[in-house]
Ligand binder design. Structure first.
Ligand code: NAD
Length: 500
């Protein structure tokens, strides 16, 4: 059995906890490796390595740090096929989708290649007589990222790309379900010129996470995962004096107005609801057609579209999506389909019990479609995170607007219409953090910023873009006086100085 080790101080590190987690190949259902689960001492070892690297890395000039990111981008691109295959083998998403996962992360690395102007600070000459004021953005020190299974390439790069480029040193605690790609990324950062200890990978479960949350030398924590754990990380991290941003779960709605281009809607919905087996925080698992005629047409066309979907192993280039991540997750998704039936929704297409010929032990779930779902149903309120699309019929624009606005999650939402005024009104009023207008998966580009509202995000700052730079730095403001030699020395003053 292959062991997946930690990566600490620029080297593979074999832990001694004696605790491991199985890593599956979801396409076949086989256990293909086991990953170490760290002790608090092992986490501390990574922190001490990151601490030792901090002085040198933070005083390396920003342009040189940017050059390391540039070389890292080149190396990831040169190894894209190998990295995507590694990702798919542990996650289960099809290889083209794994390449997209890595590419979206690389776009944040591209942003990080341009980091010097983002940290150059502000300057006011002559804020008072002989007085200049300037501010600088300084890195925080040792910082950490805790990431989910569903984007093992993109989400680590969202975090360490910006955090390291601005001068921090980093501990990454990736998901124990697909931990190999994050280790390869750390190896490539070393190869790109990041000194030993700048990027460390510590595998683990709650024990490792708790050690990060309470470690006195960890100054900031970025978390992405499910909402209850995000809330826990936010509360405990903040209680221990850390800066924390914690992104949680989602239940994104697609609103279909009667004038929408239905051919495009059906294609967009199919990819956004079933792509990556629905295991995306920006998937569209709820569709809200406005008016019964729109709903009837959408339902009929989605049924036909679903019949054309092909579920396959992650290496099948013709498959639209692969298995879900574990047998436990397959059971959970199927449990939510059972719940939808119990709730009284109409199960139009049933993906339970799906079996792929030749891969009967793989963790496959067929596409499912529910109609007549209502806002009071448990299966509507909670995140399913599988290939399940729920139709919630609305009679008016206002009714449709209220659904995502009142839902406990507020990550993303999309509206499909040809009416610019309605789209503009919707974007301004909907109570959700990221909005797509005729864009089914509105993940913002890297130089903008990613983050939801309500139970989809705890903390105030978002991922990447200038929000990321702010999260991973602290501002220092310097007020300097260089009086004219001809000026008399000022007397002592016992009132607060002003520039008046
Ligand atoms: P998860 O919450 O199970 O795990 C996330 C991380 O927390 C992992 O590193 C895991 O090891 C750790 N963890 C697990 N249990 C823990 C515990 N009890 N205490 C402390 N840490 C623990 O999430 P997941 O299943 O890996 O990922 C799917 C979830 O992530 C979904 O809810 C999805 O919506 C969400 N997600 C959100 C975003 C976003 O940006 N809002 C992006 C991607 C995924």
């Amino acid at each position: 059995m292959r062991d997946i080790n930690h990566f600490i101080g620029g080297q593979s590190f074999v832990g001694a906890s004696g605790r491991f987690s199985d890593v599956f190949n979801p396409s076949t259902g086989e256990v293909q490796a086991r990953v170490q689960l760290a002790t608090p001492d092992e986490l501390d070892r990574a922190v001490q390595n990151a601490q030792a690297a901090f002085d040198g890395w933070s005083s390396t000039n920003p342009q040189r740090r940017a050059r390391v990111m540039f070389e890292f981008k080149r190396l990831v691109e040169a190894n894209m096929q190998e990295l995507a295959e590694l990702l798919s083998s542990e996650h289960g998403k099809v290889i083209a989708d794994s390449k997209g996962d890595i590419q979206r992360g690389l776009e944040v690395i591209e942003f990080a290649c341009g980091i010097p102007p983002a940290v150059k600070g502000e300057y006011t000459w002559g804020a008072g007589p002989g007085i200049d004021v300037y501010s600088m953005r300084q890195p925080l020190g040792v910082v950490a990222g805790i990431t989910p299974f569903n984007f093992p390439g993109m989400i680590p790069m969202w975090m360490f790309g910006v955090a390291i480029a601005v001068g921090n040193t980093f501990i990454l605690k990736p998901s124990e379900r697909d931990p190999s790609l994050p280790v390869r990324l750390a190896e490539l950062m070393l190869e790109a010129g990041a000194p030993e200890g700048v990027l460390n990978v510590v595998h683990g479960d709650k024990t490792a996470v708790d050690a990060i949350l309470t470690h006195p030398q960890v100054h900031a924590i970025s978390f992405v995962g499910s909402s209850d754990i995000a809330n826990y990380v936010y509360q405990v991290g903040a209680q221990h004096g850390k800066r924390v941003q914690a992104m949680g779960g989602a239940k994104n709605h697609g609103i279909i107005l009667p004038d929408a281009d239905m051919d495009q809607v059906v294609k967009d919905l199919s990819g956004a609801a079933f792509g990556s087996a629905g295991e995306r925080c920006m998937a569209l698992p709820v569709v809200v057609p406005v008016g019964q005629k729109t709903a009837d047409e959408l339902r009929e066309r989605m049924v036909a579209e679903i019949q054309s979907l092909r579920v396959g192993v992650s290496t099948d280039a013709g498959a639209h999506y692969g298995p879900v991540v574990t047998a436990a997750h397959k059971a959970r998704v199927e449990g939510w389909i059972d719940q939808g039936v119990k709730d009284g929704a109409e199960l139009v297409v049933d993906g339970r019990g799906f079996s792929l010929q030749g891969h009967e032990n793989g963790f496959y779930v067929g596409p499912s479609l529910f109609d007549h779902v209502t806002a009071d149903m448990e299966s509507y309120k909670e995140e399913i995170f599988g290939p399940v699309l729920q139709i919630v019929r609305a009679n008016s624009f206002e009714e449709a607007l209220a659904l995502p606005s009142k839902h406990q999650y507020g990550n993303g939402v999309a509206i499909f219409t040809q009416n610019g005024r309605a789209a503009r009104d919707f974007a301004a009023r909907v109570n959700v953090g990221m909005v797509g207008i005729n864009v089914p998966i509105p993940v913002p580009v890297a130089y903008h910023t990613f983050g939801g509202w309500k139970r989809s995000a705890f903390g105030d700052t978002n991922q990447h873009g200038m929000e990321g730079v702010k999260f991973w730095t602290k501002v220092k403001t310097v007020t300097a006086r260089w009086p004219d030699s001809e000026l008399e020395h000022a007397d002592s003053s016992f009132v607060i100085p002003t520039m008046a």
